[in-house]
Design a protein around this ligand. Sequence first.
Ligand SMILES: [Zn+2]
Length: 115
Amino acid sequence: MPKRNVDLYYAYQESPPYIYHAFEAVERGTGVDGDAVKQRLAELLDTTPNSDDFHYDVMSIDIPEQAPMPVIRRPMPVTCLDAQYEYKCPSCGRKLIPNAGYNYCPECGTHLEWP
Ligand SMILES: [Zn+2]
């Protein structure tokens, strides 16, 4: 089965008691500036690349050519819950913290597009 070669940029920020994650996948060989990706991920996590609480790595992964492009879905508003959880994942229903810096559901991996 043909494979696509992807560089998965991975970052997380420790903010006890939470750890926030951010990812960006890039087709290998497209000349993407890794430092620019690092900067974007840091901004998503509301920190800076040089911060002690910012952790960053890149891994190369091969995914099947037939892998579907991720479906981007909008988190659904939830009412009558703790104000910290105003949204839920439209796929699995997991409660989400708005503006926590992640664009993927930590439970099921659905790509989220925040309103
Ligand atoms: Zn989900």
